[in-house]
Design a protein around this ligand. Structure first.
Ligand SMILES: Cc1cc2nc3c(=O)[nH]c(=O)nc-3n(C[C@H](O)[C@H](O)[C@H](O)COP(=O)(O)O)c2cc1C
Length: 263
């Protein structure tokens, strides 16, 4: 098998896993995956301004469960990996060498958080290649400051994303993606017109709606809130409510200010 075949097969096999066996996850296997991930990821300035916190402790996981909106996987998965943007270590190194201090601004936040996301995704692939299952926890962003405090992060260290990790106890179907025509542009951005939106979203609208309505409590919520399409669902109070996002955005701004990334 060529490398391209192996990577193709790995990518096609990706599924977010939300149900895990209770078998332990060997620490050496996790560290090998993380070390591969850092080596296999490009890194801005090769500064490696990232930290990952491995959490296995049940007490901590219980507290993280609350901070992650009580998503079951936090309790079920034996391991949580919290990826942090970290300019603290670099700043400490600068100070120790008597160099001018830096990396305490919005640019550095982006540089470090992009590195953290890149490494998280490479780690996800490295873990999946070893048969482990993962699911991202987007809720990291919404509880950034509280997770940082719980995990003893100093200033200039903020969690960006979390992976729950464990041996899969489910084999979900592959989830659809937007077709190539929706997002791959030649030379210049081609604005979507009404017809292309219809074409590119039709399957997703139908499949997504059917998937949610197949879950009894979801079907009840859709009916109670008068939701009749996937688009209406996404910005409804039970998914990505813009008013709630506005509050979370203000929280993120406060966290960046308090942790030294925003003046
Ligand atoms: C940044 C990010 C945050 C996510 N947050 C969550 C989450 O909080 N809970 C969850 O169940 N899935 C979460 N997911 C998983 C997505 O729902 C999933 O990747 C998407 O539905 C496609 O499914 P697939 O990964 O199985 O292909 C997240 C994915 C990403 C990339």
């Amino acid at each position: 098998m060529t490398d391209a075949d192996a990577v193709h097969r790995l990518l096609q096999a990706h599924r977010s896993i939300r149900s895990f066996r209770q078998d332990p996850v060997d620490d050496a296997l996790v560290d090998a995956s993380l070390i591969d991930a850092l080596q296999g990821s490009s890194s801005s300035g090769n500064l490696n301004m990232v930290s990952v916190i491995k959490t296995r402790d049940e007490g901590l996981r219980r507290q993280l469960h609350t901070l992650h909106g009580e998503q079951d996987m936090i309790l079920q998965a034996p391991l949580l990996l919290t990826f942090c943007a970290d300019t603290h270590r670099t700043r400490t190194w600068l100070a120790q060498r008597g160099a001018r201090l830096g990396f305490s601004d919005l640019v550095s936040w982006h540089v470090a958080s992009f590195d953290a996301m890149i490494i998280a995704q490479t780690a996800a692939l490295a873990l999946e290649s070893r048969g482990l299952g993962i699911c991202y926890m987007g809720t990291t962003l919404f509880s950034m400051a509280a997770i940082a405090a719980l995990l003893d992060c100093p200033d200039h260290v903020l969690p960006v994303t979390t992976l729950v990790v464990g041996w899969p106890d489910e084999a979900p179907a592959q989830r659809d993606r937007l077709p190539a025509s929706a997002w791959i542009h030649d030379e210049r951005y081609q604005r979507p017109d009404a017809a292309s939106i219809e074409r590119d979203f039709r399957d997703r609208d139908e499949r997504g709606k059917a998937r949610y309505l197949a879950v009894p409590h979801m079907a009840e919520q859709w009916q109670a809130l008068g939701i009749d399409s996937l688009a209406h669902y996404y910005t409804s109070p039970i998914k990505y409510d813009p008013d709630v996002f506005a509050e979370f955005s203000a929280d993120i701004e406060r966290a960046l200010r308090r942790n030294g990334f925003l003046a």
